[in-house]
Design a protein around this ligand. Structure first.
Ligand code: SF4
Length: 953
């Protein structure tokens, strides 16, 4: 097929005037067809990926043909791990661009802006290319280049010594952007340390708790594409959680007739496309959800069969209404009484939304029935004291409609997520690290990571070797100055190793800064619950694969990456091998190749073993005469299950049924004192991983762990509830959790395209509120928090709920004059001064053009680098879920005479006071049987069961 462009009138004139090259004087222009006809016609066919030819984009008029080798990998710029295809120029061996991978089951060839922008991160002229070691005082900003050998020997020697001396709890690995399924758990268990810390309690542990308390799974997996009604709480899509895979399926669902409702005080991009935008006051979402639940119950719109079979209503009646006969009708009567106060009038008033909208949405939910998809992640779940109750009340609607795990409904995450089989599984560690899971937070769904500096200051423990992995708490976390104080003190943190692809505010306070690869420069296994199927994807270093295709031998990934940029997978193997040279620590044995006796495992062998054990992959690969590993190197992804629904109906094996009994009232199957399943229509099925094996409307766990007032789904008033605001004095709730869709937390700072698109974070304020202050867009305000303030510009808009303000947290990057110049597309230069815990930050200069090998750096037109707001927030750990409650009660005033844009002030003495106020709300362990934590709760890097029991007096 040939392509012939008919010149327009203007083109003809421009050609004649030689303003543009003459494209039409050589007759027909022959361009090879780009694709085969069909659904994927925009993509090169895989059999041409080894030698793909297209015209050079930068010299299009010359029609210069370029030969590429195309290698699949996955994006690393949010959790979704969408597929990418790297186009590698065969002449230069350089990556020229990234496009979508049509063979990736979740992203299906599509990406958001952050996917293709990976090329900016790779080509970043200021990236870290070699291992760096601090010289001078920590934080002083002086560095020297070292070899990988030197860094590995120093760090491994130090860890080995700590392990020999039994100081296992002094080793910790703290992950920001995670991404490789189970890899680090295996490494940390091989070291015998309880050393996993994560960012989850500043991200999602609130929502996770709400889901877990219902059914033992901690995340929702909505089947948007097949749903009839979709309800999203907050800026879920733009917050980055499965952004692109969910967005495309929501659109697909809507094109098939589904309706979308969004609860968010801010008119987000998602809300602007919804059928219903419900701008609830932050923290009141659960009241509205319970009002909807009441409508479903009162109007008999619930799914009786599902509720009767799958809700633990017998337990509820026995505990709360012991005098009543245990019938389902009595349960419904009791439900009506429980939720009698959640009238539409009450909810509408509480949330500041229209009554009719609540009624309409409830009816649509009832009508959607089992095709009701929901999601709640950040914002409401992560913003409020008791935010976990929002997820619990949202899931209540799924339970009422029987839309749990159905086509078009909402499945538990684990049903759509692949679990790899490893070549070696070290035993559970025998340590419990109280810096991560302290007694005060026995139900905390993940590590209490935001309290690490406070715990170190209180001398609850210390860290000898502390790894931060693609993690920037000084900037992303609340109370960043407390992090600086802790990280600067070598008595608290002996050695800080920052594993990062780019300089950041936390790396400035490290001892080693070790460059780790971007998505196309590393190995990872990915699998996420993006839709009603299960898939795996292979993130691979594309230049290494290109070298293999050329027949070159590569030992370590850094040999093909820019400079000496490495990857964690090989780094951990090397580190573990060196810390145990004679094998006496019992570490080395977990890094022996499964294919070559006594030899160190290679990264290829690690993945070879996993892929050989993925159901269906070896057979699919064989049909193409490939090994499973080579298949993944070629296509980058594999669909493990095309449909993953109703897994609670999986039959209990006949072996497990041996000796089991069935409770005739509840239909529960019991064995050895435990519930192992449910009899459903005469068939033994596994049910849910809760104590009752059912959906736990009633939670004995909450009672056992001292929170009886929350034994059923309840509305909890937030710390920023209207009752706690003094409007006369300028109090507002601040929503700081939303993200601009083109930004990544820290790592868009080295992407010129992304920062060009978004580089400001003004305070969103409704026009009517701005009028009251007598301010207009661009005016400065001082936003006072409990521990300090920041000075920012206002954006007056109709897109904000009156009485609420919001500010995105992805802007306001900084470096001090002594720090390495990096991320200059987005980084302000600031001065920081401290006196007795009182910290002042002032912007010296905003963004400026700079000289580099990339000419675009001299063309920067923006100067506004935004304001660092998170550093002015105290920690707000929810006493139950452990989630940091991000929303702030702020007092807004016009900027003072000497205030300047970007000013920040914080008193870390006050930070400690607020930390103690919130700590005082907890109800510490032990629980029943002297337990630290319910045994049925999942735990990151779960230790040996014996460690769950407190031995204290
Ligand atoms: S949603 Fe965007 S940032 Fe996230 S993985 Fe996909 S392409 Fe990358």
């Amino acid at each position: 097929m040939s392509y012939q462009h008919k010149p327009t009138f203007i083109e003809k004139i421009a050609e004649r005037l030689k303003i543009i090259p003459n494209l039409h004087d050589t007759g027909e222009v022959e361009i090879p067809r780009l694709t085969e006809p069909g659904e994927l016609e925009k993509y090169p066919p895989p059999d041409e990926w080894d030698d793909w030819v297209e015209h050079e984009a930068t010299g299009w008029a010359k029609k210069e043909k370029k030969h590429y080798t195309i290698v699949p990998t996955t994006c690393f710029n949010c959790e979704s791990a969408c597929g990418l295809l790297a186009y590698i120029d065969k002449d230069t061996n350089k990556i020229r661009k990234f496009e979508g991978n049509p063979y990736h089951p979740a992203s299906r060839g599509r990406n958001c802006a952050k996917g293709p922008a990976t090329i900016n991160q790779i080509d970043d002229p200021q990236r870290i290319l070699y291992p760096m070691k601090r010289v001078g005082k920590r934080g002083e900003g002086k560095w020297e280049r070292v070899s990988w050998d030197e860094a590995l020997n120093d760090i491994s020697g130090r860890i080995g010594k700590a392990l020999k001396e039994g100081r296992n709890n002094e080793i910790a690995y703290h992950v920001g952007r995670s991404g490789h399924e189970g890899y680090m758990d295996r490494v940390l268990k091989s070291w015998g340390v309880d050393g996993h810390n994560s960012h989850t309690n500043v991200c999602s542990s609130g929502a996770r708790f709400g889901y877990n308390i219902w059914h033992g799974y901690d995340r929702p997996s909505p089947d948007h594409a097949n749903s009839k009604f979709i309800l999203l709480i907050s800026a879920h899509l733009e917050s980055g959680h499965y952004f692109n895979p969910h967005a495309q399926r929501i659109m697909e669902g809507m094109m098939n007739g589904a309706k979308l409702a969004v609860m968010d005080p801010r008119l987000s991009n998602t809300a602007s496309l919804a059928n219903y935008w419900m701008p609830t006051s932050p923290g009141t979402e659960a009241a509205v959800l319970l009002a909807m639940a009441k409508i479903l119950i009162d109007e008999d719109l619930y799914n009786r069969e599902y509720m009767e079979n799958w809700v633990n209503w017998h337990e509820y009646l026995a505990a709360k209404h012991p005098g009543k006969e245990a019938t389902f009708d009595n349960f419904i009567k009791a439900l009506k009484e429980e939720y009698a106060d959640y009238t539409v009038e009450y909810a509408a008033k509480e949330a500041g939304v229209k009554e009719q909208m609540i009624i309409d949405i409830a009816h649509q939910i009832g009508d959607a029935g089992t095709k009701f998809a929901t999601h709640n992640w950040r914002s409401a779940g992560s913003g409020n004291l008791g935010g976990w109750a929002v997820a619990r009340c949202l899931h209540f609607l799924n339970v009422l409609t029987g839309s749990v795990g159905t086509v078009g409904g909402t499945s538990p995450s684990a049903w759509n997520k692949f679990k790899p089989k490893f070549f070696d599984s070290p035993p559970d560690q025998k340590f419990w690290n109280e810096l991560h899971f302290p007694d005060e937070y026995p139900l905390a769904f993940f590590e209490m990571s935001m309290l690490l500096p406070h715990f170190l200051k209180e001398k609850r423990g210390k860290l000898d070797v502390y790894f931060t992995r693609v993690f920037n708490p000084v900037w992303t976390y609340p109370d960043g100055f407390s992090w600086i104080e802790a990280l600067s003190d070598e008595d608290k943190v002996g050695l800080h190793v920052a594993l990062t692809p780019t300089w950041n505010e936390t790396a400035y306070y490290a001892d080693y800064v070790l460059p780790m690869g971007h998505s196309a420069e590393r190995h990872d296994l990915n699998s996420y619950e993006t839709h009603g199927a299960t898939w795996i994807a292979f993130r691979q270093p594309v230049l290494r694969e290109a070298a293999r295709r050329r027949g070159e031998e590569v030992t370590f990934t850094y040999e093909t990456n820019p400079g000496e940029v490495w990857e964690e997978d090989e780094f951990w193997i090397e580190l573990s091998w060196r810390m145990d040279p004679d094998g006496s620590l019992g570490v080395k044995e977990h890094f022996i190749s499964p294919y070559r006796a006594g030899e160190k495992v290679t990264v290829d062998e690690y993945y070879q073993y996993i892929f050989e054990n993925v159901a269906g992959l070896p057979e699919t690969a064989e049909r193409e005469n490939l090994t499973p590993l080579d298949y993944m190197k070629k296509y980058g992804a594999f669909e493990v299950e095309s449909s993953s629904y109703n897994k609670h109906l999986k039959e209990v094996s006949s072996k497990d049924m041996e000796g089991a009994t069935v409770d005739p009232v509840t239909n529960t199957i019991q064995k050895n004192g435990k519930n192992i399943g449910i009899m459903e229509k005469g068939k033994p099925v596994v049910g849910f991983p809760t104590p009752s094996r059912k959906q736990e409307f009633f939670s004995q766990t909450m009672i056992d762990w001292k929170w009886p007032e929350y034994d059923i789904p309840t509305y909890i008033k937030s710390h920023i509830h209207e009752d706690n605001l003094d409007r006369e004095k300028g109090d507002f709730p601040l929503v700081p959790t939303f993200r601009l869709p083109v930004l990544i937390h820290s790592r868009s700072g080295n992407s010129k395209w992304l920062t060009e698109m978004a580089h400001r974070n003004p305070v969103w304020m409704h026009n009517s509120d701005a009028e009251k202050f007598g301010i207009v867009t661009g005016d400065l305000v001082r936003v006072n928090t409990a521990i300090g303030y920041f000075v920012d510009k206002v954006w007056a808009t109709e897109a904000m709920k009156p009485g609420v303000v919001a500010c995105s947290h992805h802007i306001g990057r900084w470096r001090r004059p002594q720090d390495v110049e990096a991320n200059s597309w987005a980084t302000n230069t600031v001065s920081i001064k401290e006196n007795d815990g009182k910290w002042k930050m002032k912007t010296i200069s905003g963004i400026r053009p700079f000289k580099s090998e990339d000419d675009d750096s001299s063309r920067i037109f923006w100067s506004d680098g935004g304001v660092h707001q998170n550093i002015t927030f105290p920690v707000h750990p929810d006493p139950i879920s452990g989630m940091h409650c991000w929303h702030q009660k702020v007092r807004i005033e016009k900027a003072h005479a000497d205030d300047e844009y970007g000013d920040v002030f914080v008193d870390t003495n006050k930070s400690m006071e607020v930390y103690r106020e919130w700590l005082a709300m907890t109800r510490p362990a032990p629980g029943p049987d002297n337990l630290r934590r319910p045994l049925w709760f999942a735990r990151a890097l779960r230790p040996a069961e014996e460690t769950y029991y407190l031995n204290k007096d």
